[in-house]
Design a protein around this ligand. Structure first.
Ligand code: FEO
Length: 403
């Protein structure tokens, strides 16, 4: 994709990354890809807003060079220092050594620690404006969306908010860069949720603070640094981010995430009847085999759904290790307030349930019903499992109604 004018003299100069398997070395994007969106404002003085990951440097510089003379850039605005947006900085400084780098106070320190860059750096204050000629940029401090140095940049004449990680999503761009050109908004919304749950969720309080801070700013276009640009309906992505951020402390959606692991099929057999019971109550249900599904995808479900059902055998007197991994990531991301049910097989003594109790405490979840059984489930136990699932679903719904 070549550079695209998003408004007269304002260009998307981003790149798609379909090469990296993992975002942040952690989150799978092999199938989905990701875009590193950067923007160029061409005026009497020229500014580039955010850059790209180093691995895509050649393509990035081609994009910019198609619109302007790289060596004639006046400003680089660093909204966020994470190297998916700053990785090509040192190379760009070799091409355009005169350029002035603008960022927050914390950005200044990070420029030195990440890249050894200390010259031509100017700290911009919250609310400060910069005239480029016909265009004016205004900078807003929005710390911890995603790192502490983060800010957003607003172009005042066209009312564009360059929001960096905020309002972003996984998913390389498929030719269409605007929400109104995109035939598969559901994909980007689902990937925005996964991105939120993986990358941003821990900072939900700061997301809400940033949204509230900028609530009165007239915005015609939201141009994040990952995923679609929202111009037909910028409110949509703000609303989604607000809703997800509120899930950190408030009620979530009626629905259940069922996580299971099975060594020899006994717990899996029970899982199917528990799922039948849950579904009989009409609650949305996501089922994940924790061995086969990367936690990145599981977090989207955990973040949004009110109930969690874990089906896993006791393993060496404790919880099945893949389940522990998911719970650990849930804890790190601040997944709170869930009602938890548990079922599983054990061979000679239990133990999974005891360990789970500690996790419930750590996660600040609420313990719900338990159904464990020795070895393979009997027919009677399977029937019990169906009733167990249905009762759990009712508890999740009732608990939500009480909140
Ligand atoms: Fe897209 Fe926090 O970097």
């Amino acid at each position: 994709m070549s550079a695209i004018a998003i408004k007269p003299d304002i260009y998307w100069v981003g790149v798609n990354d379909r090469t990296s398997d993992l975002f942040e070395g952690l989150w799978p994007i092999t199938q989905e890809g990701v875009s590193y969106n950067a923007y160029l404002v061409r005026d009497e003085r020229q500014a580039i807003i955010d850059l790209s990951k180093a691995i895509k440097g050649d393509q990035f510089f081609e994009q910019v060079a198609a619109v302007t003379d790289l060596s004639a850039l006046d400003y680089i605005v660093i909204n966020h220092m994470e190297p998916d947006h700053s990785g090509v900085l040192r190379t760009l400084l070799r091409i355009a050594p005169q350029v002035e780098i603008l960022g927050s106070e914390k950005t200044k320190a990070m420029l030195e620690s990440f890249y050894g860059v200390t010259e031509n750096v100017r700290v911009v204050e919250d609310g400060e404006t910069l005239s480029l000629g016909q265009h004016t940029l205004q900078f807003f401090s929005t710390p911890f969306v995603h790192w502490p140095e983060t800010m957003m940049t607003y172009e005042t004449s066209r009312r564009i908010l360059f929001a960096c990680d905020a309002f972003g999503s996984y998913g390389a761009l498929r030719g269409a860069i605007f929400d109104d050109d995109c035939a598969d908004l559901d994909f980007y919304e689902q990937e925005a949720l996964r991105y939120y749950a993986n990358i941003v969720a821990k900072f939900s309080r700061m997301v809400l603070r940033a949204i509230d801070k900028l609530a009165d700013l007239p915005v015609d276009m939201i141009a994040p640094s990952h995923g679609l640009i929202w111009r037909r309906n910028p409110e949509r992505i703000v609303e989604l981010y607000r809703r997800w951020a509120e899930y950190a402390t408030g009620p979530t959606e009626p629905g259940i995430t069922l996580l299971y692991a099975s060594m020899y099929g006994n717990t899996e057999k029970m899982m199917n009847t528990v799922a039948q019971g849950i579904s009989s109550e009409g609650l949305p249900l996501d089922i994940f085999d924790v061995h086969h599904t990367h936690v990145s995808y599981i977090l989207s479900s955990l973040w949004t759904k009110a109930g969690v059902m874990i089906g896993a055998p006791t393993y060496e007197g404790g919880l099945f290790p893949y389940v522990v991994h998911v719970l650990d990531m849930a804890k790190r991301k601040g997944v709170r307030g869930k009602l938890l049910g548990y079922f599983g097989s054990y061979g000679w003594s239990g133990g999974a349930q005891r360990e789970l109790g500690q996790w419930v405490e750590d996660l600040k979840w609420e313990s719900g019903p338990v159904l464990d059984f020795v070895g393979a489930p009997t027919q009677a136990e399977l029937e019990q499992g169906e009733a167990f699932g249905a009762a759990f679903a009712r508890s999740v719904r009732e608990r939500l109604e009480q909140r």
